[in-house]
Design a protein around this ligand. Structure first.
Ligand SMILES: Nc1ncnc2c1ncn2[C@@H]1O[C@H](COP(=O)(O)OP(=O)(O)OP(=O)(O)O)[C@@H](O)[C@H]1O
Length: 316
């Protein structure tokens, strides 16, 4: 893994708030999936969001990124209210990956990352059609940056492979590389290790730390408790749409309500395989209990292609 030369450096000690969610509530008909959730992410922080299946984690992410318009509450990034349009949220500096991998299956690895750069390229339609000098220069710069990101995520040797042909763990890495291509100040990861083996999970942990070391804060949803408690500066627990507790790994792990509601048994650091919750189910955008589904706003960062072959859900 190499560090892109133009990466900013953050020490991790700067804790200026960059993301602020205030009283976010999301209702689907009679179902309240998220209820009055406040959450902040500081510059250089890695914050974990955990909770049982159906607790509202992905719905909360969707509210942060403009996929859903919250029924109540506000979300701001670096002091400015975030748009309700996903591509403007990305442009503002908030990028994300999805619980269900959403790559352009029939495009190459490099092309997938180049797509992620579109919010950072200024060349217009005419310039692209005429392929003038400005466009060619921008194209070269984009490709250079995309290759840096592929080096960074360990995928450079796969640049010309079709996304659909990558092993599952590499598809998840490619999603991260594509999200990083928009040069975010905050990266939201939705279950980045779902379906990974322990070695891939450790590599993803290192990758998230490297992303933070470059100055990008991270908010991560994950069911793998070892991953979360090893990695995160702060952890918030959602249960039935409400924030139960928020604090350091030590505080959260020791909380009786968390143990009862989620962990089952306390994590023993010396145990090689810490207990995990049941594997996540795909509830992203799935109506519950016959309630009408919200109509998600179109997502400029999500491809229209079907997900890469063989990996349409969380269980590859
Ligand atoms: N578009 C939708 N329409 C109706 N209900 C929805 C919609 N999206 C989510 N829900 C419901 O909201 C609740 C929270 O779901 P959500 O996917 O946010 O939970 P989660 O914590 O991310 O779960 P998991 O860990 O299983 O991914 C669930 O009851 C789910 O069925």
């Amino acid at each position: 893994m190499t560090t892109p030369p133009n990466a900013a450096t953050t020490t991790g000690t700067d804790r200026d708030t960059i993301l602020r969610a205030d009283g976010v509530t999301m209702r689907f008909g009679g179902l309240t999936a998220v209820r009055g959730v406040d959450l902040t992410v500081g510059s250089g922080e890695i914050v974990g969001l955990i909770g049982p299946n159906g607790a509202g984690k992905t719905t909360f992410f969707n509210c942060l990124t403009g996929l859903y318009v919250p029924t109540e509450g506000t979300v701001s990034y670096r002091g400015t209210r975030l748009s309700r349009k996903p591509h403007l949220v990305t442009q503002a500096g908030v990028a994300r990956t999805f619980q269900n991998i959403r790559l352009f299956a029939n495009m190459t690895v490099l092309e997938n990352v180049l797509v992620g750069r579109h919010t950072r390229t200024k060349e217009g339609l005419w310039s692209a059609l005429l392929r003038g000098p400005g466009f060619k220069k921008a194209e070269r710069t984009s490709e250079q940056r995309a290759m840096e990101l592929l080096e960074f995520t360990g995928l450079a040797h796969k640049r010309d492979h079709l996304a659909r042909n990558l092993p599952y763990g590499e598809q998840r890495k490619l999603e991260i590389a594509r999200a990083l291509a928009s040069e975010p100040g905050l990266l939201l990861l939705d279950e980045p290790t779902a379906g990974m083996n322990p070695q891939e999970t450790r590599a993803t942990q290192d990758l998230v730390l490297a992303i933070r070391a470059q100055g990008t804060a991270v908010l991560v949803i994950e069911h793998d408790m070892r991953f979360i408690f090893n990695l995160c500066d702060r952890v918030a627990v959602l249960v039935q749409g409400q924030k139960l507790i928020e604090g350091t790994a030590d505080v959260v792990q020791a909380d009786d309500r968390v143990i009862a509601a989620y962990l089952g048994t306390p994590l023993d650091d010396d145990t090689p395989d810490a207990p995990h919750t049941a594997p996540p189910t795909d509830t992203d955008g799935t109506p519950a209990d016959g309630t009408p589904a919200a109509d998600p706003a179109p997502d400029a960062t999500a491809p229209a292609d079907p997900p890469a072959q063989g990996h349409t859900g969380d269980t590859p």
